[in-house]
Ligand binder design. Sequence first.
Ligand SMILES: Nc1ncnc2c1ncn2[C@@H]1O[C@H](COP(=O)(O)OP(=O)(O)OP(=O)(O)O)[C@@H](O)[C@H]1O
Length: 285
Amino acid sequence: MSALEARGVHLAAGGRSLVEAVDLSVAAGEMVVVAGPNGAGKSTLLRLLAGEARPTRGHVLYGGADIADLPPWRLALVRAVLPQSAHVAFPFRVHEVVQLGIDGVGRKLPRAARADIMTGALEAGDVLHLRDRLYQTLSGGERQRVQFARVLGQLRAGMRTADAASAPILLLDEPVSSLDLKHQSALLRAAHRLSREGVAVLAILHDLNLAAAFGDRLVVLNRGRVAARGTPVEVLTDALLHTVFEVPFRVGAVPPAPVPFVLPFEDAPPAEKAAMSHRQPSRAD
Ligand SMILES: Nc1ncnc2c1ncn2[C@@H]1O[C@H](COP(=O)(O)OP(=O)(O)OP(=O)(O)O)[C@@H](O)[C@H]1O
């Protein structure tokens, strides 16, 4: 049974369909990447998967249970969501922002367990050294890493809370959009490691090379519908990228494991050999 499943999910707003007939599943232990052009419906789909918006038609299930029947506190125990942008209204310090995530679901955990989760989350976001800084004084990338730490704190607290019945779910909406290369790789490796611990991870990414490197499976959304799904090798074809992204891409592959990578056609060196030697971020970095 999938940890997370969308069955025929549809959302209409403003007189048009934003998400249409989307079927999707993420198993515990799997990392699925959703990609697609601007306005394709990715964030809307993620909000539906998070239970933050109700589908006009169709169902979202966690561990086989329709989330329409789950109270908000149970949703918060099972799934953590990193939105595309998060606003912090009050002058909180970094550790207080992360504490919000932990305390939201882990109030009953022993103090030592909460402290342990806090340290782990701050380290995973590489923001331990910023723990006493005011959130509002941070750079955009630092804020994004603090938000990731907050979400990890919530996820870990939920995982340690005894009555969390179904597999944990992590939903990330463009989690690396403000990050430098080092932190892009670090954050996605942390998310990938979580998937190997049994978390069902779904991440929206625009960078198709990162999508290919970290996604066990890719789902490409276009105009609210699934345009392609499968392994990176199955999905990332010149034809699909040309049709969906409307840019003439060229797909190569890094031997020996055939992880595809994508270069804009204009930027590709004349010989594909040169493109092949182009190093892309990997899970092992
Ligand atoms: N409440 C709403 N009412 C009307 N239209 C909406 C609403 N919310 C989103 N949209 C539209 O739905 C479409 C999908 O938006 P969404 O944010 O899901 O796209 P996205 O794939 O995440 O895009 P991006 O890559 O730019 O973040 C967009 O055209 C957006 O303008």
